[in-house]
Design a protein around this ligand. Structure first.
Ligand code: PLP
Length: 405
């Protein structure tokens, strides 16, 4: 079969069990090719409806009386996200704050639980993670060991080597943000545990696109954002997972009143709740939590196995099209060809990546570029269709191949 044939895309869409989910999102320009779900997912119709309802009746009408119903949202939505997205038992996830802040809280909590030794990470880790890691290392007096991984992220063997002289905490992002490579969470967690360390995983580019074996691997802490493949909207609150058996001993560094036992007694001293709520800080974003609640429901309804299968098919199709259409014009695929080593993103390399991004945007194709030479296609399993993906790469080909060429 010729992958570039339009009928191929239509057949793949016709056979896609998740195809119906696209209709549950706001798609008001059918010609727009949106391949940027790794940055900001499309708007689910039921998120828009829930927010409209919340703003007019719960906020506009109920005012402060609504706190009776709002107060437990960080843990309620956390349990819903835990069950549908992370497949973990209740009581281990809260939704609050940002990924950056949640990472900071988890790293400090992990450092207080860990023995002596350095913090191990990856030089290619996401920027906010690198900055928070260097800050926490400085604040805790620990050395930060950064693995010089290739563009596809560190392997368990490289992590084992970095941990050979001891490790307190190892922290990585499950998906490499440049190459789209999926790291081996169980292999890496196993070698860190064997070396006596704790792990803190950032799941931002993985949540909502594949099953993640947090429970089976006894991961200590994990964080991630909700506005990428979880589609909860710009600045929606992030999630934080802390393994149940660690919670009562874990101490996070931001001692706010929402983690205080008997919060409304307003008394001293600070005495944090014994459970996952000790990771809360201040007043939660109720609008953001309601959006996460609805958006996560869609992921749970689709199911992680079906989402994973769609991502493997979408990324595989993108690579076939890139090989057929773009290899001759200097565009190469960076993302690993092995489906087990990729998530929902396909990265292409071209020396003028940011110029290509702008040219694509002018032709109704939204992707993003990362320096120095990476063009990222974020394929969102609930909303990206095979025909949409083909149209995007067809327009990219037209830019790369000058007219008549
Ligand atoms: C998107 C992303 C973040 C975002 O952090 P914010 O605090 O929401 O800005 C953090 N880490 C990784 C790995 C990401 O992909």
């Amino acid at each position: 079969v010729d992958p570039t044939d339009q009928r191929q895309a239509l057949d793949l869409d016709a056979a896609d069990p998740l195809a119906g989910f696209r209709g549950r999102f706001v798609v008001d320009d059918p010609d727009l090719v949106y391949l940027n779900g790794n940055s900001l997912g499309r708007l689910p119709v039921q998120v828009a409806e829930r927010l409209r309802e919340l703003v007019t009746s719960d906020w506009g009408g109920g005012l402060a009386r609504s706190w009776e119903r709002w107060g437990d949202l960080p843990t309620q939505v956390g349990d819903r996200l835990g069950a549908g997205v992370l497949d973990v038992a209740d009581g281990q996830v809260v939704v609050c704050d940002t990924t950056t802040l949640n990472l900071y809280k988890c790293l400090h909590a992990a450092s207080a639980l860990a023995g002596p030794g350095p913090i191990v990470s990856d030089r290619n880790n996401f920027p906010t993670d690198r900055y928070v890691l260097s800050g926490v290392a400085a604040q805790t007096g620990r050395e930060l060991v950064s693995i010089d991984s290739t563009s596809v992220g560190p392997s368990p063997e490289e992590v084992a080597t970095a941990c050979a002289n001891g490790v307190a905490i190892a922290s990585f992002s499950l998906v490499d943000f440049r190459s789209g490579a999926l790291l081996d969470l169980s292999g890496i967690t196993e070698v860190v545990h064997a070396a006596g360390g704790l792990v803190v995983w950032d799941l931002s580019h993985a949540a909502g696109v594949l099953p993640i074996p947090l429970d089976r691997c006894a991961v200590e802490f994990a964080v991630g954002c909700t506005y990428k493949y979880l589609n909860a909207g710009p600045g929606a609150p992030a999630f934080l997972y802390a393994r149940r058996d660690l919670q009562s001993a874990a101490r996070q560094p931001v001692w706010g009143w929402f983690s205080q036992r008997a919060q409304f007694a307003m008394a001293d001293p600070y005495d944090p709740l014994p459970d996952i709520r000790r990771f809360l800080t201040g007043t939660p974003s109720i609008l953001g939590l309601a959006a996460v609640d609805e958006a996560v429901g869609l992921v749970a309804e689709a199911g992680l196995e079906a989402l994973r299968a769609k991502c493997v098919a979408l990324t595989g199709y993108a690579m076939q099209l890139a090989d057929a259409w773009l290899a001759d014009v200097g565009v190469t695929v960076v993302t690993p060809a092995d489906p087990d080593r990729r998530a929902a993103q396909v990265s292409l390399r071209h020396p003028r990546a940011s110029w290509l991004r702008a040219e694509l945007q002018a032709r109704g194709v939204v992707v993003d570029a990362r320096p120095p030479d990476i063009l990222r296609l974020g394929l969102s399993p609930l909303t990206t269709s095979f025909a949409e993906l083909r149209a995007g790469l067809d327009r990219l080909r037209a830019i790369c191949v000058p007219a008549g060429g």
